[in-house]
Design a protein. Structure first.
Length: 78
Protein backbone atom coordinates (compact mmCIF):
# COMPACT_ATOMS: atom_id res chain seq x y z
CA UNK A 1 0.00 0.00 0.00
CA UNK A 2 1.71 3.21 -1.11
CA UNK A 3 1.82 6.16 1.23
CA UNK A 4 -0.24 9.02 -0.13
CA UNK A 5 1.52 12.42 -0.15
CA UNK A 6 -1.45 13.95 1.65
CA UNK A 7 -0.86 11.58 4.59
CA UNK A 8 2.76 12.72 4.85
CA UNK A 9 1.65 16.36 4.93
CA UNK A 10 -0.99 15.58 7.57
CA UNK A 11 1.58 13.78 9.76
CA UNK A 12 4.02 16.69 9.43
CA UNK A 13 1.31 19.20 10.41
CA UNK A 14 0.37 17.12 13.46
CA UNK A 15 4.03 16.87 14.51
CA UNK A 16 4.42 20.62 14.05
CA UNK A 17 1.36 21.27 16.22
CA UNK A 18 2.49 18.86 18.96
CA UNK A 19 6.16 19.81 19.22
CA UNK A 20 6.13 23.37 17.89
CA UNK A 21 8.56 24.96 15.45
CA UNK A 22 11.26 25.48 18.08
CA UNK A 23 11.84 21.77 18.75
CA UNK A 24 11.65 20.52 15.15
CA UNK A 25 15.37 21.05 14.43
CA UNK A 26 16.19 19.16 17.64
CA UNK A 27 13.95 16.27 16.65
CA UNK A 28 15.38 16.18 13.13
CA UNK A 29 18.92 16.13 14.46
CA UNK A 30 18.13 13.34 16.90
CA UNK A 31 16.44 11.31 14.16
CA UNK A 32 19.43 11.81 11.87
CA UNK A 33 21.87 10.69 14.56
CA UNK A 34 19.78 7.61 15.30
CA UNK A 35 19.63 6.67 11.61
CA UNK A 36 23.39 7.19 11.27
CA UNK A 37 24.13 4.96 14.27
CA UNK A 38 21.77 2.29 12.95
CA UNK A 39 23.45 2.29 9.53
CA UNK A 40 26.89 2.15 11.13
CA UNK A 41 25.95 -0.80 13.33
CA UNK A 42 24.32 -2.61 10.40
CA UNK A 43 27.33 -2.15 8.14
CA UNK A 44 29.73 -3.27 10.89
CA UNK A 45 27.65 -6.37 11.50
CA UNK A 46 27.43 -7.24 7.81
CA UNK A 47 31.18 -6.68 7.37
CA UNK A 48 31.91 -8.93 10.34
CA UNK A 49 29.63 -11.68 9.05
CA UNK A 50 31.04 -11.52 5.52
CA UNK A 51 34.65 -11.52 6.76
CA UNK A 52 34.01 -14.51 9.01
CA UNK A 53 32.29 -16.32 6.12
CA UNK A 54 35.30 -15.57 3.88
CA UNK A 55 37.72 -16.74 6.54
CA UNK A 56 35.75 -19.91 7.11
CA UNK A 57 35.60 -20.74 3.40
CA UNK A 58 39.30 -20.04 2.75
CA UNK A 59 40.69 -22.21 5.58
CA UNK A 60 40.66 -25.98 5.12
CA UNK A 61 38.61 -27.99 7.60
CA UNK A 62 40.47 -28.92 10.76
CA UNK A 63 41.49 -32.55 11.15
CA UNK A 64 41.91 -34.42 14.39
CA UNK A 65 45.67 -34.96 14.91
CA UNK A 66 45.55 -36.51 18.37
CA UNK A 67 47.00 -40.03 18.43
CA UNK A 68 44.54 -42.80 19.06
CA UNK A 69 45.48 -45.27 21.76
CA UNK A 70 44.19 -48.78 22.08
CA UNK A 71 44.67 -48.95 25.84
CA UNK A 72 41.63 -48.70 28.04
CA UNK A 73 41.65 -46.15 30.86
CA UNK A 74 41.70 -48.88 33.49
CA UNK A 75 44.97 -50.35 32.19
CA UNK A 76 47.01 -47.14 32.69
CA UNK A 77 49.45 -46.92 35.57
CA UNK A 78 48.81 -44.63 38.54
Amino acid sequence: MPIHPLWIVAILVIVLIIFGPGRLPELGSAAGKAMREFRKATSELSNEVSSSMNAASSTPPATDTTPKTTESPSSTKN
